[in-house]
Design a protein around this ligand. Sequence first.
Ligand SMILES: Nc1nc2c(ncn2[C@@H]2O[C@H](COP(=O)(O)OP(=O)(O)OP(=O)(O)O)[C@@H](O)[C@H]2O)c(=O)[nH]1
Ligand SMILES: [Mg+2]
Length: 454
Amino acid sequence: MEAENRRTIAAVATASGAGGIAIVRVSGGEAENILKKLFIPAHKREYFESHRLMYGRAVDSDGETLDEVMAVLMRAPSTYTREDVAEIHCHGGSASALAVLARALALGARTAQPGEFTKRAFLNGRIDLARAEAVMQLIGANGEAAARASVRQLEGGVSGFVRSVSSRLTDILALLEASTDFPDEVEEETAAPQVAASLKDVIDEIRVRSDARSARVLREGASIVLAGRPNVGKSSLMNALLNQERAIVTAIPGTTRDVLTERISIGGVMAELSDTAGQRDTDDPIERIGVDRARRATESADVVLIVLDAASELDAYDTQLVKSADSRCVICLNKRDMESKVTLKALRALTDARLIEMSARTGQGIPELMRELAERVALNAADGDQMMAQRHIELAHSAAESLGMAVGAIEAGMPLDTAAIDIRLALNALSEITGENATEAVIDRVFSQFCVGK
Ligand SMILES: Nc1nc2c(ncn2[C@@H]2O[C@H](COP(=O)(O)OP(=O)(O)OP(=O)(O)O)[C@@H](O)[C@H]2O)c(=O)[nH]1
Ligand SMILES: [Mg+2]
C-alpha cells in the first residue's frame, strides 16, 4: 500500500468529449523522467525550467509526433500534490490525450484512481480533508452560491471554524480537568454554570453552520412549488417568473395535468420551480394522478406559492389551503388587474403568512415576489462558511449532540469530569471533519467520489 501511494500516477484531467484542449497530468518521483522522454521542447532555452509552460511535440517510442502540445514541469513542493507534477496540454478530443497517457503509462506511471491527485495533496499535508472535499464540491457546484461556499471551504472556512471551536472546547476541557485535579482552586459551583453557558454557545454556533436544510439547498437547489385550485393562474405565474411561455395556459380549469419543473436562478441559488395541476376532486383518472403528484410535490417543497384568484370568491378549498399555510408558504393573490372579490382583510383573518398582491398578466407584484423568493432561498453571502458536505454535517451534529449531553450532565449537578467524556467525544467528531482523526476507510470513501484526474 505504502509503495502504491508513492508510485507515479497519470490520468487525463479534463472531461472527455470534444473541447479545445485535453490535459494529461502526471504526479510522482518519475514525472520529470517521463516528461523528458515523451516531450521534446521546440526551443532549447525553455529546457524544463520548473513551472514554465513550453511548446513542443509529444512523441512515441520511435520519436514520431503524437501531437503538438504545451507542457509544464512543476517540481515539488510547490505543486498540487506536493510531488513533482508534469502536465501535457494536448489538442482536445480524447484521441491525442489518450495516446499521450498511454505513452506515460508505458514509461512507468500507473493509472490514477479517482481523486488520487487530491488524495496525495491530503496525504502529503498540503490540504486537510474538508478542503479536499471542497475541490470535489466546487467541481459539482450547482449555481453561484454553491460555488462560493465551496471556494470558502477550499480556502479553509470550514476547517478554520472546526479549529476555532475545537480550541474553545479544549479550553473548557482544561477548566474541567483543573476543577477535578485542584478542587481547592476551582470551585465547581462557580465553574459549572460558566461551562454550561460556554458549551451552549458552541452548540448554537455548530448548529448554525451545519444547518442541513441550507446545505441541501446549496447542493441541490431549493424547490419552489406553485399550488392552488384550477384556473387561478399558476401556469401563468410560472411563465411570468421564468419570463418565457413554458407552461400551457388556457381558460379551461384542469389544463395542467403533470408536475412541470424548470430551473431558475434566484439570487445566485439554483432553484427548481414546479407548476402543478390545480387541486380539485375529479373523476378523470389522469387528472387525479396529476392532483396526487401535485400534493406530494407541495409536501416536500422548500417554498410553496399558494395562488388565489382575486377575481372570484374564495371557495372551501382556497380557504382550507390558506388556513393551513405554514412558514414555507407565500400567498399570491393573483388577477389583481381585475375587479376584486377577495379582500385583504378577509385573507388576514385566515392567516398571517406573507401575502403578495399580483397579476401574472400585467406583471404587477412579480418583482416583489422575486425579492421574497430570493430572501427565502438565497443564503446570505456572509454565510459562506456554511457546511455543505453531508459527511461534515453528520459529524457536526454528532458533536453538538455530545455537547448537549455534557450540558445535561452539568445541569443535573453531576461532577464536572463526567462532562469531560462527552466533550472529548465531540472533539473527536470535529477532528474527523478535517481528517486528523479519520480512518483509512473514511478517507478512501471520500476520495472514491472524485472524478479521475482530480
Ligand atoms: N386577468 C387575468 N387573467 C389571468 C391572470 N393569470 C392568469 N389568468 C388567466 O386565467 C386562466 C387560467 O390561467 P392558468 O395559468 O392556466 O391557470 P392554472 O392555475 O394553471 O390552471 P390549471 O392548470 O387548470 O390548474 C387563463 O385564461 C389565464 O389567461 C391574471 O393575472 N389576470
Ligand atoms: Mg396550469
